[in-house]
Design a protein around this ligand. Structure first.
Ligand SMILES: NC(=O)c1ccc[n+]([C@@H]2O[C@H](COP(=O)([O-])OP(=O)(O)OC[C@H]3O[C@@H](n4cnc5c(N)ncnc54)[C@H](O)[C@@H]3O)[C@@H](O)[C@H]2O)c1
Ligand SMILES: [Fe+2]
Length: 387
């Protein structure tokens, strides 16, 4: 068994103001602030610029990242980094900004194109990277993964390297979540829940990854709905940010599985954001995996707070699935059939692609094309799972 977390975590309300001293400790003179156009206008971006300026550290801004980055965008960003000769990147944003910063940074140090980083060990470490998450979902601030769309082949590349793509610092300040609309709190929160459930149930799970995953499930179950219903619930925001980081640390030491395999396939095909795409399939993949693994799902039900002490494992395993389906429903996340671009005639090819995605190989149970067709159909009919 191996378990590692190479990123140093700095957390807590207001910790963003430590950015100046943290960057200074790297001894660099010029930094790139990688963020998006919306976040650049927020007080967080101003704080970073001011803290660096006060310490005489040069800061150039790159605000081109958009949601779900592509190879072309990462190559462009890397070109800008090289021209500006920056020595360190501060990524302020959700998974999209953080992943783009990782890819840009590795392109710069390795002199390769983004697509050349796919499916290889990355030869040289990326530039120093400080990640500041502004969503509570992906855990990208501690993962050594960058999920980048390959525009020509139309699939999401998982660029990864445990030694050379781990952020140096994750600066997790829950105050930055206060501007998130409920829609993003919901979908990102379910992404984090999916990481926790898949990390715990993957064939690669180990006692350390599972301990983090199970604790993250409990925290998400207690706090996601609270965070979604109130902008001012600071305790719930802090818990969601910690839980999503924890779930990220769990899944990079295990893996994700069939939910991510089908969600990424469908997400690229129909331009459905990552967290929403996971929400569409999570209950149906859980229902598929649950059969034959009832004790494992009874344990999940217990951590989610949905188990009943008088019920046996079979019934409690069903309670886990119902609990998650009801949570997604309460968070008012759209259904698969609400997306007008979805065409059931595509299900066969989508199922084939998901089945050949390497994430399917680490799923709790072997899963093939026919299983995915059933999952797509159930999701499209918004099939209710009953006890
Ligand atoms: N690297 C990993 O380990 C990993 C894991 C899971 C997902 N991902 C990837 O992460 C991406 C999704 O990231 P995401 O779900 O964080 O969303 P995102 O980064 O795509 O952001 C979505 C939107 O939220 C806005 N936003 C971000 N923070 C905000 C805030 N505090 N207030 C208001 N608006 C805010 C952004 O401007 C953007 O428009 C996908 O590309 C997915 O594949 C990566
Ligand atoms: Fe994810």
């Amino acid at each position: 068994m191996e378990f590692s977390l190479k990123t140093k975590l700095v957390t807590g309300y207001g910790c963003l103001k430590k950015i100046g001293e943290i960057v200074q400790s790297f001894g660099v003179k010029k930094v790139l602030l990688c963020t998006d156009a919306f976040l650049l206008q927020t007080p967080a971006a101003h704080t970073i610029q001011r803290e660096l300026e006060e310490r005489g550290i040069g800061c150039v801004v790159y605000d081109q990242p958009q949601s779900e980055p592509t190879d072309v965008q990462c190559d462009e960003g890397a070109k800008f980094c090289k021209e500006q000769e920056v020595e360190l990147i501060v990524a302020l944003g959700g998974g999209s900004v953080m992943d783009q910063a990782k890819a840009m940074s590795a392109i710069v140090t390795n002199g390769l194109s983004c697509c050349q980083l796919d499916n290889v060990s990355i030869p040289k470490r990326m530039l120093p990277l400080i990640c500041i998450p502004t969503t509570a979902g992906t855990g990208s601030e501690v993962t050594f993964v960058a999920v980048i769309t390959n525009t020509k082949a139309q699939y999401k590349m998982t660029i990864m390297d445990s030694d050379h793509l781990s952020p140096d610092i994750a600066l997790c300040d829950p105050a930055l979540l206060a501007t998130l609309p409920p829609r993003l709190i919901a979908s990102c929160g379910i992404d984090a829940l999916t990481h926790a459930i898949e990390a715990h149930t993957s064939v690669l799970a180990n006692p350390f990854s599972s301990a983090l995953a199970l604790h993250a499930m409990e925290m998400i179950s207690k706090n996601l709905k609270r965070c979604w219903s109130s902008h001012s619930d600071m305790q719930a925001q802090e818990a969601m940010l910690l839980a999503s980081t924890m779930a990220g640390a769990a899944f990079i030491n295990s893996d994700v599985g069939a939910v991510h395999a089908i969600a990424e396939t469908v997400g690229v095909a129909y331009h459905i954001p990552h967290g929403t795409a996971n929400s569409l399939f999570l209950p149906y993949v859980m229902e598929f995996n649950r059969r034959g693994n009832e004790h494992c799902y009874a344990q999940i039900a217990e951590r989610l707070g949905g188990a009943c002490k008088d019920s046996d494992d079979v019934e409690n395993s069903r309670r886990a699935v119902c609990f998650v389906q009801e949570l997604i429903e309460k968070l008012e996340i759209p259904h698969f059939s609400d997306f007008s671009q979805v065409n059931p005639d595509d299900f066969e090819i989508l199922a084939e692609r998901a089945a050949s995605n390497p994430m399917s190989y680490d799923n709790q149970k072997p899963i093939g094309k026919e299983d995915y067709i059933q999952i797509l159909e159930d999701a499209y009919q918004n099939k209710k799972i009953y006890l």
